[in-house]
Design a protein around this ligand. Structure first.
Ligand code: SF4
Length: 393
């Protein structure tokens, strides 16, 4: 909860959404709550989201369940229909749309300080940036990693050893798997191996939400925090900008499964998130209506207690703003792009660049509209700067 005054500014959804068990427990108190909590005391975190202690889920997995997950992971690799692309390839021999075969390709492994305060904490989030992706976002902010095979190959066992380095040397708060949708079998094997090596920090699954039910089933019991991005709502938009017309339907189902597995985001008393769902939405130019629809979905079909990060840092990248390709003409048979045929003629106009409609930053009005829609829908846990010392919770 981001407010500094829990008792006086408890929002309606929480007040109404508190569990029956909690209200019953109040009834069993030997004296009124007002006598137990002095009026001047300010609590920064609603009790349902405060954990006394936390043991990562993978630590609690039985040996039998771990063995089942290992064999399922190997089976998926030999006939990969693990994500909604359904390539059906044997990844020991070839690659599908994600471009990644038997071993993962990793671009960066490091403590990362660009995440939400409750994820990065004071020591950073132990981030592993995987190369490759099963989406083809025209505006991809990590284009050089996601759309190209760019990095070094690691086996699941080598990956696990890096997790241990991040934990023991980096002292990170968690292992943050960035864009893991297309390497779920390898990630599952690496977590199970790292468990045997002594891993004890939570696992963050940092995804585009273009996951399948099968891959999320494989991750059940291995992931502590799901960190999905819900990008756009309209099929026409996702077809044009993500090359996936079923994106929103897939993401909606994925979020439901994630929430069923881990629930709402919860913290230990140090303000570090340990378990649950944290949803990101990058506001897109001119797509604020879709953002508002996503907020409505979260409130109505996931939980009004969903922790949400409405992000405003969109910038044109990847294909956006590049010169528009033109078909070769008889007078210029080899010209493939305006940039080539107009060489020396100056920068192309807005009409000549690709995806001109999203070739700008978002406005305060667009971001504000999504935020107001979220609040109107009943959401209240946002990644706002805290008004007290500590993290937003
Ligand atoms: S994970 Fe890769 S190979 Fe498997 S279905 Fe998805 S895109 Fe295809």
């Amino acid at each position: 909860m981001s407010s500094g005054s829990f008792r006086t500014r408890l929002p309606g959804p929480v007040r109404n959404g508190w569990s029956t068990a909690f209200r019953h427990s109040l009834g069993r108190l030997p004296f009124p709550l007002s006598r137990r909590v002095p009026p001047s005391r300010l609590l920064h975190l609603a009790p349902p989201f405060l954990l006394d202690d936390y043991t990562p889920r993978y630590q609690l997995l039985s040996s039998l369940d771990a063995a089942k997950k290992r064999s399922a992971a190997y089976a998926h690799l030999s006939n990969c229909n693990l994500c909604p692309r359904l390539c059906g390839v044997n990844r020991y021999e070839t690659t599908g749309m994600c471009l990644i075969g038997e071993n993962v390709k990793v671009n960066v492994i490091a403590p990362h300080f660009g995440e939400e305060p409750c994820i990065q904490g004071h020591h950073g989030s132990g981030s592993v940036f995987f190369s490759g992706c099963n989406l083809r976002c025209k505006f991809c902010q990590n284009h050089d990693i996601a759309h190209q095979r760019n990095g070094f190959d690691l086996t699941p066992e080598q990956l696990a050893e890096w997790y241990i380095q991040l934990q023991d040397v980096g002292n990170v708060h968690n292992i943050n798997l960035v864009t893991p949708e297309h390497v779920v079998p390898q990630v599952a094997l690496s977590i199970l191996h790292a468990r045997d090596l002594g891993l004890r920090v939570p696992i963050v699954y940092n995804t585009s939400a273009f996951d399948s039910a099968a891959s999320l089933e494989l991750m059940a019991g291995l992931v502590d925090i799901y960190l999905p991005d819900f990008k756009v709502w309209e099929p026409a938009t996702s077809k044009r900008l993500l090359q996936a017309d079923d994106y929103a339907a897939t993401a909606a189902e994925s979020l439901k499964i994630m929430h069923r597995q881990v629930g709402d985001l919860s913290f230990t008393g140090d303000g570090i998130a340990k378990s649950g769902l944290l949803v990101r939405h990058l506001v897109m130019p001119g797509k604020e209506g879709e953002g508002a629809r996503i907020m409505q979905f979260l409130a109505e079909e996931i939980s009004r207690d969903t922790f949400v990060n409405i992000m405003e840092q969109y910038r044109p990248a990847a294909h956006v703003g590049k010169p528009r390709r033109r078909k070769p003409s008889s007078s210029s048979p080899t010209a493939e792009a305006v940039g080539q045929s107009d060489a020396g003629a100056g920068a192309p106009s807005e009409e000549e660049v690709r995806y001109a409609d999203i070739n700008r930053a978002v406005t305060n009005e667009e971001v504000g509209l999504v935020r107001r829609a979220a609040e109107a829908a009943g959401l209240w846990r946002f990644n706002d700067p805290p008004r007290h010392e500590g993290f937003a919770m």
